[in-house]
Design a binder for this molecule. Structure first.
Ligand code: NAD
Length: 245
């Protein structure tokens, strides 16, 4: 099939972050024209246009989304924060603003980075599928607002209006430039604070290599068409094997 030039114009909201930057680099490799929208401007890359702004600011978003047909939304406050108001503002109100801006700018596809924690109630899940219900008692404000965010994005999928949406749910992400997961583990171990075992030592935790997460996002974006069964759905994403933890 012939690809219309505009269908390769995309924006990565949260493109200055760990996952976002990997996504940007892969999209460039694949011949996409990429704009980054982020509250911070953390690197330079030839071929990328940076728009610094808060995703709660619709005007700023509209400038960044001009002529863009595909949006990846992977911005979020850091999960470790305990700032309920910040999570609500960015993940809920901000996502509503992103969706409004996408509609006004004529964006055709939105791929959201959600999280596998949206189905986690604090008890073990093995081989969990997407038909698990959302957690009724989310473990923290981050998760509570990731659930609302995912619902908003999936509900916005509207073939008549020409906006198609999908959500990708990774659990822990690791890989080059990871600012959180491995550095925090290493630091905790160095401080001698990992000398205990929770449970019987056979717990499994799901981590996905960042390039696999990126691959999942791009596959979702490229499969998102009006006739596609993925429209308005969420997908867990993982490597082949969980990591023994
Ligand atoms: P990150 O903190 O490295 O990147 C998030 C980016 O969002 C940052 O660059 C930040 O500046 C930007 N941002 C935050 N608030 C903003 C605002 N108001 N306006 C504009 N930009 C804003 O985090 P990450 O690990 O790359 O996570 C990306 C996405 O993946 C998030 O949605 C997160 O919930 C999800 N996720 C991450 C993991 C993980 O293990 N890292 C696991 C599951 C889901």
């Amino acid at each position: 099939t012939r690809i219309r030039p505009s269908s390769k114009r995309c924006a990565v909201i949260g493109g200055s972050g760990f996952l976002g930057r990997h996504l940007v680099e892969k999209l460039l490799d694949k011949g996409y024209t990429v704009s980054v929208f982020d509250i911070r401007h953390s690197y330079e890359l030839p071929g990328v246009t940076f728009h610094q702004g808060d995703l709660c600011d619709k005007q700023a978003l509209l400038t960044a989304l001009q002529d863009v047909s595909l949006v990846f939304h992977c911005a979020s406050p850091a999960p470790a924060s305990d700032d309920k108001a910040l999570f609500q503002r960015v993940n809920i109100l901000g996502t509503q603003t992103v969706l409004q801006a996408c509609t006004e700018a004529g964006v055709q596809k939105v791929v959201l980075t959600s999280s596998a924690s949206v189905v986690f109630e604090g008890t073990d899940i093995k081989d969990g599928r997407e038909d698990l219900p959302y957690a009724k008692k989310p473990i923290d404000y981050y998760t509570e607002t990731k659930i609302e965010q995912e619902k908003l994005v999936l509900k916005a999928c509207d073939k008549e209006k020409g906006l198609l949406t999908v959500a990708i749910r990774p659990h822990g992400i690791f890989g080059p430039r990871d600012p959180q997961l491995v550095p925090i583990l290493v630091d905790t171990a160095r401080r001698g604070k990992m000398k205990f075992i929770i449970g019987d030592g056979c717990n499994l935790v799901d981590f996905t290599f960042v390039e696999n997460v990126v691959h999942g996002h791009i596959l979702a974006a490229e499969s998102l068409r009006p006739e596609s069964p993925i429209c308005g759905k969420a997908y867990h994403i993982t490597n082949d094997e969980p990591v023994r933890f």
